[in-house]
Design a protein around this ligand. Structure first.
Ligand SMILES: [Zn+2]
Length: 176
């Protein structure tokens, strides 16, 4: 009898564990993982593949996530504007960047009137989060959380691979 219970528990454990590996599977229904998103931005998937590095393509077009602590802009402190790596839209300024210790560049606000970064409910990986994408080209940026330590209370957690950078001094036409 005891052995039967043990065997049953083991079987259940294995079954449970096999349900815990949703990452990079094509079985998810809440998000078109691994399937390039469609946007109104006038660029084909082949064009994106040609323009972006494989790593940028994975993050921007397939909603990937760079490994924490590896991004080039994580500890970047220069003055200027962080742009979308897909289309060049200025999304954040260095004044909005703060050190969140979460492993990805973090910002407490965005440039413009809230029309440059689009927020989308994301139910992937068993979590309820808010995904942020570039409003112009639809490129995946990261996620936004409302646990920010600054006055805005917001934490835009962004992949470095989704970003470019424009030095403030070198670009006098930069928009506020
Ligand atoms: Zn963009």
């Amino acid at each position: 009898m005891f052995k039967v219970i043990i065997t049953t528990s083991l079987t259940l454990l294995v079954a449970f564990a096999s349900c815990q590996t949703p990452v990079n599977q094509n079985t998810t229904t809440t998000q078109p993982n691994k399937k390039p998103m469609e946007t109104s931005y006038n660029k084909t998937d082949a064009e994106w593949k040609k323009e972006l590095t494989p790593e940028q393509y994975e993050v921007l077009r397939l909603k990937g996530t760079e490994r924490p602590g590896t991004g080039v802009y994580l500890n970047h402190k220069e003055k200027g504007f962080y742009t979308c790596a897909g289309c060049g839209t200025e999304l954040f300024s260095n004044e909005q960047k703060f050190d969140s210790h979460c492993g990805w560049p973090s910002f407490d606000g965005e440039l413009g009137g809230g029309d440059r970064v689009k927020k989308i409910k994301d139910f992937s990986h068993g979590m309820i989060r808010t995904e942020i994408v570039c409003a112009k080209c639809g490129g995946h940026l990261g996620h936004i959380f409302d646990d920010g330590p600054t006055a805005t209370g917001q934490r835009y957690c962004v992949n470095s691979l989704s970003l470019g950078f424009k030095h403030a001094a070198k670009d006098s036409s930069a928009k506020k």
